[in-house]
Design a protein around this ligand. Structure first.
Ligand code: HEC
Ligand code: HEC
Ligand code: HEC
Length: 406
């Protein structure tokens, strides 16, 4: 081989090697870490359609502004994000910018993900790229004007969105900092637990009450009377997050989904860290998000009697004569989910029943049958009875408040 030939060959080889080096195969540890982090971010919860391929998109997400359809984030080059570089992916998660430079709707909770460190975003990217690409066209969102105009999302970002990475607070413990990082960032708890204003901006700073989500009420994490973990031992809070169940509390509705799809995979240390941070949040009464129609004082004795009769007939066997609970069912006495100012969740559970998520720590949970056959007057009486008996200090519920709005 001539000098010239071998020189050329070296160049070609070096070129091949360096283009391979531009897309180095991710280390298995990075992929595994990315899988764990994607669970905590619950990316699959939105980006996987019911019965569809993992991360191939298509799931409908209802909002104030219409229906979003989560896009395909598998590595398919044409219909997914196969052509996106690690930098493109970082731009999306950190700055809410798609690969073509256009602004992303905050229906993808990047206002939370922006807190996540680059190495963790890179790990999620490596994990997504390690999965088989799935060819599936994205479905267009169905939004009303002006929300349908994507260029206006840039204006929204300019007004309401500030990118920023989480910074450790050196005056706090490592566990608190880890918990704050996960709760504010990947866990995106405030995306559901804090009320949004008319522009869809949620105030995650504790000044906002809880929020309505999919016909449920996500109670405030800044009040121990609602969903806050301030008054509980840290172990109990961690158990609720991982297992969806802790003594007189259980995860229901959308929260049961979050536990099932995401929080049950937390390591014990990360669950403890989250609970440590939530335990230390300021604890204050939040404004009740609903004003209930009053029940006439004169009607109360008859309402209570009716409620008690229904309770004894349908509920007592599992929840106990005095709401003390049993092996099969949580206590209703002293249960904060039962006395929330907003009775929506209580009514949902009675009407639709409930299955706590099956998790490693609670693999075969007991379920509760639905009682949808009760009419509005009966439901109101039953709810009033449970909310005001056995030391529970809730407010009565009138049948006008029971009538379903969905
Ligand atoms: C609450 C639902 C929800 C969750 C949770 C969620 N996403 Fe999204 N995501 C969306 C929606 C809706 C869009 C479309 C936004 C738009 O059109 O601007 C989107 C867009 C994206 C895009 C842009 C894709 C494109 O083709 O434009 C990427 C990348 C992405 N999400 C990644 C993730 C990752 C990674 C996670 C987990 C860490 C995640 N998402 C969690 C709803 C969600
Ligand atoms: C998709 C919306 C959604 C997300 C995301 C979400 N939650 Fe919830 N959460 C709810 C709803 C709705 C309830 C009320 C139903 C219930 O009591 O389980 C709830 C209830 C709770 C409760 C109170 C349970 C009880 O009965 O005392 C805690 C604690 C909680 N969530 C913590 C969290 C934390 C921590 C995160 C983030 C890691 C989070 N949630 C993310 C919707 C959500
Ligand atoms: C067969 C046993 C059984 C019967 C009968 C039953 N429940 Fe339940 N109930 C359960 C179980 C199990 C749960 C936990 C379900 C979950 O976490 O999703 C539960 C949960 C609840 C909750 C939510 C508590 C919390 O901490 O989140 C309420 C409220 C409730 N039941 C009220 C009632 C009422 C009212 C009746 C009668 C109309 C009733 N139940 C009948 C077993 C039962």
């Amino acid at each position: 081989m001539s000098m010239r030939m071998s020189y050329l060959l070296t160049l070609v080889l070096a070129g091949a090697l360096s283009s391979a080096a531009a897309q180095p195969a991710a280390a298995p540890e990075q992929v595994a870490r990315g899988e764990y982090l994607a669970r905590i971010g619950n990316c699959a919860g939105c980006h996987t359609a019911p019965g569809g391929a993992d991360f191939a998109g298509g799931r409908a997400i209802d909002s104030l502004f219409g229906t979003f359809y989560a896009p395909n984030i598998t590595a398919d080059a044409d219909t997914g994000i196969g052509r996106w570089s690690a930098d493109d992916f970082w731009q999306a998660m950190h700055n809410g910018k798609r690969a073509d430079g256009s602004a992303m709707y905050p229906a993808c909770p990047y206002p939370n993900y922006t807190h996540v460190h680059r190495e963790d975003i890179d790990a999620i990217y490596a994990y997504l790229r390690s999965l088989p690409p799935v060819q599936q066209q994205n479905r267009a969102h169905e939004l009303s004007f002006p929300a349908s105009a994507r260029p206006l999302v840039s204006l929204w970002q300019w007004l309401f969105f500030k990118p920023g990475s989480f910074q450790d607070d050196p005056s706090q413990t490592p566990a608190w900092n880890r918990g704050a990082y996960l709760v504010q960032g990947l866990g995106h708890c405030s995306a559901c637990h804090a009320e949004r204003n008319a522009f869809g901006v949620s105030r995650g700073d504790g000044s906002a009450p809880g929020a309505r989500i999919r016909n449920w009420y996500a109670p405030s994490l800044y009040s121990s009377a609602e969903a806050g973990l301030q008054a509980w031992p840290v172990e109990k809070g961690a158990a609720l997050l991982r297992h969806g169940k802790a003594e007189e509390a259980s995860a229901m509705g959308p929260m049961a989904d979050v536990v099932f799809q995401s929080l049950q995979y937390l390591t014990e240390a990360d669950a403890m860290a989250m609970a440590t941070y939530l335990h230390a949040l300021p604890d204050h009464d939040t404004e009740p998000a609903v004003r209930l129609l009053p029940v006439r004082q004169a009607d109360l004795p008859a309402v209570m009697q009716r409620g008690q009769k229904i309770y004894e007939e349908h509920c007592q066997d599992c929840h106990g004569r005095d709401g003390e609970g049993s092996l099969a069912a949580p206590a209703l006495a002293g249960n904060r989910a039962v006395v929330l100012a907003d009775p929506t969740n209580l009514l949902n559970v009675i009407r639709d029943g409930g299955y706590p998520p099956s998790t490693g720590g609670n693999p075969r949970p007991y379920g509760m049958p639905p009682f949808g056959f009760l009419n509005d007057v009966e439901l109101a009486a039953l709810a009033t009875y449970i909310r005001t008996s056995w030391g529970n200090a809730g407010t009565p519920v009138s049948s006008a408040n029971v009538t379903r709005k969905d």
